[in-house]
Design a protein. Structure first.
Length: 290
């Protein structure tokens, strides 16, 4: 009696058949042939996979290979094709109180976390391996698997991982909205006051450290700075906050930014640019940036 493995789906029969058929062609090159018989039970399409010719392989080895390629195919469908759909479902069901614009923003953040722009494909590979392992474990004791049911009831760890990603995306979205509101208020304060100086030059020497120059490249001095620094000295000084407060108070017409070599102050520069817009100029290299 031929040992078959049956794979069922009600939403992706064509995709499943294509995946399995591609794997079957590869297995033929390896020395054995297996058939895919297609049947219907209600709304579900079942693909029965059975070894026919296995050349130098034993039947057990052929069945093991079929299991592996079925697991690989299902993992590819879940992670490559369904993952975004699953995230959308999580957002819709667990964060239904957000408006559609926020939901779209959360979804985009979640997609970026799962598939970073730096092209780190290892993360996706890890998720596929986890899904594949679960399918293989299931097929060790079952000869029939329904894709949708397996995702809903057997991939709880994978679904929990996606939920964690969505929660991180929601937290980041909330922080970003708070940041944008903070920037809006700072821009308002800058716009309603007259500039107290024409230019200020900021030289970042290392994260959290900087010094200020005037337009004549002399150490910057202004009466309002003394009170500002005195206020910060009462508590632990956060130099980034001190800098932003000083710029808001001075509202300069032009801000020139200089970064010494290997200095990383992206968030501080981002805030300055967002608040002061076209007033900001970033030097691309001069004697102050060395």
């Amino acid at each position: 009696m031929k040992k078959t493995i049956s794979v069922g789906t009600n939403s992706a029969p064509g995709l499943l058949y294509s995946k399995l058929n591609n794997k079957m062609q590869y297995m033929q090159e390896e020395g054995f042939i297996w058939d895919i018989d297609v049947g219907k039970i209600g709304e579900f399409t079942f693909l029965e996979c059975c070894p026919q010719k296995y050349s130098r392989f034993k039947r057990e080895e052929a069945v093991k290979a079929i299991r592996y390629y079925i697991a690989s195919s299902l993992a590819e469908i879940v992670v490559d094709e369904w993952e975004i759909r699953l995230i959308k479902k999580i957002v819709k069901e667990q964060f239904f109180y957000y408006n559609e614009r926020d939901k779209r923003a959360i979804l985009e953040r979640a997609k970026t976390i799962l598939n970073p722009s730096n092209g780190n494909s290892h993360l996706k590979w890890q998720r596929k391996e986890k899904v594949k392992k679960k399918v293989l474990e299931y097929l060790d004791s079952h000869h029939e698997i329904v894709l949708e049911g397996f995702v809903n009831f057997r991939l709880k760890d994978y679904m929990a991982e996606l939920e964690d990603v969505v929660n991180i995306a929601v937290d980041e979205h909330i922080l970003e909205k708070e940041y944008l509101e903070f920037i809006r208020l700072l821009k308002y304060f800058v716009d309603i006051q007259e500039p107290r100086v024409d230019m200020i030059k900021i030289i970042f020497t290392k994260p959290g450290k900087f010094f200020l120059l005037d337009e004549d490249n002399q150490p910057f001095k202004h009466e309002c700075m003394e009170g500002l620094v005195a206020d910060y000295l009462e508590d632990d000084i956060n130099y980034d906050d001190l800098l932003i407060s000083a710029l808001i108070t001075l509202a300069p017409k032009k801000i020139e930014l200089h970064l010494e070599k290997d200095v990383e102050v992206k968030e501080t520069i981002r805030t300055i640019q967002n608040v002061f817009g076209r007033r900001v100029y970033i030097c691309e290299g001069c004697d102050k940036c060395r």
